[in-house]
Design a protein around this ligand. Structure first.
Ligand code: NAP
Length: 478
C-alpha cells in the first residue's frame, strides 16, 4: 500500500487524528476514489483503550439528563445534514440513494429511542424476607454501566448498525470504541462528527479506522474491554468469540432466511413483499429473504408473478432516484455470488431469471429446483439471489425452513390463524413475521438470532440490557 496522508481523519478519544498510512475508500459502482481514511495501528488501538478507561468513568458519572441531551443533539445534527449523510452511505456502500435516505431516518430513530430509553434504565426491589433468616433485610438491584465496549460493525448498514451500538452504549453510561468495516468507514466517522458537535465529552467515543485483521485482536482480547458487540459474518464472529476470553459478547451474525407462502395467502402482496425482501440493498441484508417455500397448489402462479416483478427491477446508478438496486460492495463479492450461483446451476438448479454479472453488479436472480447439496441451499449468499421451492403443506415448509444452521428471522404468508400459530411455535428463529417478509424490522424491537445467527439481542432497550450489569444492594436492618 502506498504511503499517503489520509484526508479524512479518524476520531480517537475525542481528537480528530491523521496517520501516514491510509486506506482508500472507493465507490463500488465505478471504483472511483471517494476519500482516504487513516489505517490505524495496534498502538493507536492500545492508546484508544487507555483513553477509554477514563472515558468510561466520565460516561458513568454523566447524569441521565445529560446523556439524553447529548444523544438528542447528535440526532438533531444528523437531521440537519440528512442529505450529506445519505449521499455518503450511497457512495461508499452499495445502497441506492433511496435506500440510504431510509437508513438515515432509521439512524435518527435509533438515536432518539436511545435517548428516551436512558430514562428507563431501572432495577427493582428484592423481597429478601422470602428467605428464612432474612426478615430484617430490604434492598433492590440496579443496572450499572459495563465500562468499555468494543464495537465491530459491517458494511451493509454503515451508519444505523453503528448507531445501534453507540446510542445504547452512551445511554447506559459506557465508553465505546467502534471499528467500522474497512470498506465503509466514512458513515461511521460522520456519526462520530455528530456526537462531537453535540458536545459529547472526549474519550467516551472513538471511531478508529483500520483493518480488522491488524487491529481487531487488540480490541477483542484486551482485558479492559468488558464487552464486544459484533455485527458481521459467522466466520469473523466465531473467531472473535474464540479469542475474546472472559467478557460479554453480543453476536449479530448472518442468515439465509426462509419465508413460507401458503395457498390461502394474498398472493400479490406476498410476491411484492418477498421480491423487495430478497433484493433490498442488492441482497446484502442479514434479514434478506433467501429461501421461499411455496405450497404446490400456488407454486406456478407465484413463481410466474415473482419472476415478472423481479424483471421490472431497475439496476444501475445508485444516485438516481429511479434505481431499485445498486452494485454489490466490491467486484470480488459479485464474483463470489456468481460462482455460488454457477455451482448451483451445474448441480441441476433451474435459473428463472438473472444469473448475470456486470462488474460489481449482479442481476437479481431467481433459482428453483436447487439440490440440497449446493452451497447456496445451506449458506448465506449475501447477494441478490433467491431460491423458490415447492412444499406439500405447512409441516413440510416448517421442516425445510428449519433444516438449516441459521435462524435470524422468518416469514409466513397465510390468513389461517391456526397455521400462523403453528409456524410461530415451530419455526426456529429470533423473529417470525406473519404476512410479511423476513426482513421486516423496526429499531425498537428485540433483534437477534438463534443457532448460528448469533447471541444476545439488539434493539435499543435490549442492547442496553446487554450493555449493563446488575448490582444488588441489600440493607441489613438490625
Ligand atoms: P465481516 O467480514 O464479518 O466483517 C464485519 C466486521 O468485522 C468488519 O469491521 C471487519 O473488519 C471486522 N472483522 C473481520 N474479522 C475480524 C477479526 N478477526 N477481528 C476483529 N474484527 C474483524 O462482515 P461484512 O462482510 O462486513 O458484513 C456482512 C455480514 O454481516 C453478513 O454475514 C451479514 O449477515 C452480517 N450482518 C448481520 C447483521 C445482524 O444484525 N445479524 C446485520 C448486518 C450484517 P474489516 O472490514 O477490516 O475486515
Amino acid at each position: 500500500m502506498p504511503i499517503r496522508i489520509a484526508s479524512r481523519k479518524m476520531f480517537l478519544a475525542g481528537n480528530w487524528v491523521n496517520r501516514e498510512r491510509s486506506i482508500e475508500v472507493r465507490d463500488p459502482q465505478d471504483n472511483s476514489l471517494i476519500d482516504t481514511v487513516p489505517a490505524a495501528s495496534k498502538e493507536d488501538m492500545l492508546h484508544c483503550i487507555e483513553e477509554a478507561k477514563e472515558g468510561a468513568k466520565l460516561a458513568a458519572s454523566m447524569p441521565v439528563h445529560e446523556r439524553m441531551a447529548v444523544i438528542q443533539k447528535a440526532a438533531d445534527y444528523i437531521e440537519k445534514n440528512k442529505e450529506t449523510y445519505a449521499m455518503t452511505i450511497a457512495r461508499e456502500g452499495s445502497k441506492t440513494i433511496r435506500e440510504a435516505a431510509k437508513e438515515v431516518n432509521r439512524c435518527l430513530e435509533t438515536l432518539r429511542i436511545s435517548a428516551e430509553e436512558a430514562r428507563r434504565i431501572a432495577g427493582e426491589t428484592i423481597p429478601f424476607d422470602q428467605s428464612p433468616g432474612s426478615e430484617k433485610r430490604v434492598g433492590y438491584y440496579l443496572r450499572v454501566p459495563i465500562g468499555i465496549i468494543g464495537a465491530i460493525t459491517p458494511f451493509n448498514d454503515p451508519i444505523n448498525l453503528v448507531a445501534h451500538k453507540v446510542g445504547p452504549a452512551i445511554a447506559a453510561g459506557n465508553a465505546i470504541i467502534v471499528k467500522p468495516a474497512t470498506v465503509t468507514p466514512l458513515s461511521a466517522l460522520l456519526l462520530a462528527e455528530a456526537f462531537d458537535k453535540a458536545g459529547l465529552p472526549p474519550k467516551i467515543l472513538s471511531v478508529i479506522t483500520g483493518y480488522g485483521s491488524e487491529i481487531g485482536d487488540v480490541l477483542v482480547t484486551h482485558p479492559a474491554v468488558r464487552m464486544i458487540s459484533f455485527t458481521g459474518g459467522l466466520e469473523a464472529g466465531e473467531e472473535i468469540s474464540r479469542k475474546a476470553g472472559l467478557k460479554k459478547l453480543s453476536m449479530e451474525l448472518g442468515a439465509n432466511s426462509p419465508v413460507i407462502v401458503l395457498e390461502d395467502a394474498d398472493l400479490d402482496e406476498a410476491v411484492q413483499v418477498t421480491v423487495s425482501g430478497a433484493f433490498w440493498a442488492a441482497g446484502q441484508n442479514c434479514l434478506g429473504v433467501q429461501r421461499i417455500y411455496i405450497q404446490e397448489s400456488i407454486r406456478e402462479k407465484f413463481q410466474r408473478k415473482f419472476v415478472e416483478r423481479t424483471r421490472q427491477y431497475s439496476i444501475g446508478d445508485k444516485q438516481s432516484l429511479v434505481t431499485d438496486m445498486g452494485p454489490l460492495i466490491t467486484e470480488k463479492e459479485a464474483i463470489r455470488v456468481q460462482q455460488i450461483v454457477n455451482e448451483a446451476i451445474e448441480k441441476g438448479s433451474k435459473l428463472l431469471t438473472g444469473g448475470e454479472r456486470r462488474g460489481a453488479f449482479y442481476l437479481p436472480t431467481v433459482l428453483t429446483d436447487v439440490p440440497d447439496d449446493c452451497i447456496i441451499a445451506k449458506e448465506e449468499i449475501f447477494g441478490p439471489v433467491v431460491l423458490l421451492y415447492g412444499v406439500k403443506n405447512l409441516a413440510e415448509g416448517i421442516e425445510k425452513a428449519n433444516d438449516n444452521d441459521y435462524g435470524l428471522q422468518a416469514g409466513i404468508f397465510t390468513n389461517d390463524i391456526k397455521k400462523a400459530h403453528e409456524a410461530i411455535a415451530k419455526v426456529e428463529a429470533g423473529g417470525i413475521m406473519i404476512n410479511d417478509s423476513s426482513d421486516y424490522r423496526i429499531d425498537a424491537m428485540p433483534f437477534g438470532g438463534v443457532k448460528n445467527s448469533g447471541l444476545g439481542r439488539e434493539g435499543i432497550k435490549f442492547a442496553i440490557q446487554e450493555m449493563t450489569e446488575l448490582k444488588v444492594v441489600c440493607y441489613k436492618l438490625s
